[in-house]
Design a protein around this ligand. Structure first.
Ligand code: B12
Ligand code: SF4
Length: 454
């Protein structure tokens, strides 16, 4: 039996720079999802994976079953692909965050859906399929035992990315109202860690020097990660990860992370308003500590990418200016700025839906770069334009040049250009990320080229 997995294209990122990366088939963060599901597939089945970002979908290929993953912003493309395969009589299974949040909607385009993690349900589904009685829904009502999480089949795609990806833990106990992770499954807020021996074996098998951890946050389970870091030291790789600000309160953790090879951390500051952080459930963020947190992380030699979100109900029109000032005072190496997006299945979605504030149910716009709801204290356009201003403020030629030159100076003293190279690559990838929102502003516009959409 042959199974074809399909990664639907990210249809919103159709900008000029991304199209170049797609032509050369490079992605900065290789996905793990379908590679991990493929690894769960019993060896008696033949598996293939096609990435719609780079390849043509082989609708006429003789396969017995198609499995497609989808997050909200790519789900419409996933449905399109599913509908097409089903026209050819090939049964389709859909899974992923959006499907888990809205299974009934997904079932209009699929023969079966996987709700939540697939470690227990996918092998069961395949058994049922072979015996001719595949059910409509397979629900993971309890979290799978982390020992069942398999190393992804990285060889399924042509992998020439500079960075590889890995995941040591799933679930997050912080229950932020806007986040899909703790809210989509009944067990999403339970943090679960994989055995350290599995992690070390997996890292040893990765050819890339740079590895990005895709965990919700490495500061959730400090004692586990300290043990993992200790075991990672001899592997001599370079790592990056997402973390919360509490990472800075534990020197032993930072010291071990440094020894293990961590170079950069993406920190979810999200807002510079304490009122906002308290009302959306991210009480872990103490705004008064941000400055000290960043300094501490810098002292250990990591770079910091600060993540921010605009559009919370407590955000007033002055939030953009005050955040830009805070970003400048924090002297962040790089930023990621997003527009609040009420993802289906989250408390924020239910609330806005009930209050009739959702402006569009076109899921392709749920990419954190469109305003899809009526903000409380400003117009949708003010939210969009304010967010753009924060991005443009940061990515101005002087600021970027200053950041690169300062790091270059430090690196020349230390006779190691790694830090400068890393910061430059983060600035470039973050700039590309924001290009959809702000166009080719401001660096390329200076050269007289206007926004190019392809
Ligand atoms: C890596 C990542 C990214 C990478 C994407 C890399 C890539 N090339 O695809 C980057 C940084 C680019 C990114 C961007 C975005 N991301 Co993102 N990202 C993640 C992250 C950290 C890890 C995802 C992952 O690989 N998990 C590991 C795999 C194994 O787990 P999994 O996907 O849950 O899959 C399991 C099950 O769901 C199931 N399953 C899933 N699909 C299928 C399909 C089949 C057929 C079957 C059988 C089973 C199955 O089986 C798997 C094994 O159990 C998650 C948060 C997290 N820690 O999970 C957010 C997350 C997926 N992202 C999210 C979002 C919102 C975005 C953005 C829209 C916004 C943003 N600014 O971050 C953009 C949109 C990009 C796009 N167009 O797709 C949301 C998705 C919510 C939703 N409803 O869609 C998440 C959950 C973050 C969150 N906190 O809310 N992201
Ligand atoms: S801390 Fe991060 S991963 Fe955890 S619930 Fe909040 S936003 Fe989601």
């Amino acid at each position: 039996m042959k199974i074809l997995f399909v990664q639907p294209a990210n249809t919103t990122n159709k900008n000029f720079i991304n199209s170049i990366f797609k032509k050369i088939k490079i992605t900065s963060i290789p996905p793990l999802t379908l590679q991990q599901v493929a690894a769960l597939t019993p060896k008696k089945y033949k598996v293939e994976l096609v990435d719609d970002n780079f390849e043509k979908i082989p609708y006429k290929k003789k396969v017995d079953l198609v499995g497609i993953t989808a997050r909200t912003c790519s789900v419409l493309r996933a449905y399109e692909i599913a509908d097409e395969f089903r026209k050819y009589g090939i049964p389709v299974v859909l899974g992923g965050y959006h499907v888990s949040g809205l299974p009934e909607e997904a079932l209009q385009h699929a023969d079966s859906v996987i709700i939540g993690d697939a470690e227990n349900t996918w092998p069961q589904l395949l058994d049922d399929f072979e015996q001719g009685h595949m059910k409509k829904k397979y629900v993971a009502s309890i979290p799978p035992d982390p020992t069942m999480i398999k190393s992804p089949m990285r060889n399924l795609v042509c992998d020439i990315s500079i960075t590889a990806t890995i995941q040591a833990s799933r679930g997050c106990p912080h229950n932020c109202e806007f986040c899909a992770l703790p809210n989509i499954t009944p067990y999403g807020s339970i943090s679960r860690t994989r055995p350290i021996s599995d992690m070390i074996a997996e890292i040893k098998g990765i050819k890339q020097k740079f590895i990005a951890f895709l965990d919700p946050s490495i500061s959730i389970q400090p004692e586990y990660f300290k043990k993992l870091f200790t075991a990672m030291i001899p592997l001599k790789k370079k790592f990056s990860a997402y973390a919360n600000i509490d990472i800075a309160y534990d020197d032993e953790f930072l010291e071990l992370a440094k020894k293990a090879g961590f170079k950069s951390l993406s920190i979810g500051f999200d807002s510079i308003s304490q009122e906002t952080m308290n009302t959306v459930g991210k009480k872990i963020n103490k705004v008064e500590n941000y400055k000290e947190v960043v300094k501490k992380i810098y002292d250990y030699g990591f770079s910091v990418i600060g993540c921010f979100i605009f559009g919370f109900d407590t955000d007033k029109p002055d939030i953009f200016e005050t955040t830009s000032q805070a970003i400048s005072q924090l002297d962040l190496d790089c930023i990621r700025v997003n527009i609040l997006t009420p993802l289906p299945g989250t408390p924020i979605f239910h609330k806005m839906d009930q209050e009739k504030r959702i402006l569009t149910y076109d899921w392709s716009k749920y990419d954190y770069q469109h305003v899809v709801f009526q903000p409380k204290h400003m117009s949708p356009n003010e939210l969009l334009e304010g967010t753009k201003r924060v991005i443009i403020d940061f990515f101005n030629m002087n600021n970027i040049t200053k950041k690169i030159l300062l790091n270059l100076k430090k690196d020349l003293i230390n006779k190691d250009l790694n830090y400068t190279a890393m910061i430059t690559s983060y600035l470039i990838s973050s700039y590309i990320y924001h290009q959809n929102l702000v166009g080719l502003n401001p660096l390329i516009r200076k050269l007289g080229i206007n926004e190019i959409q392809v």
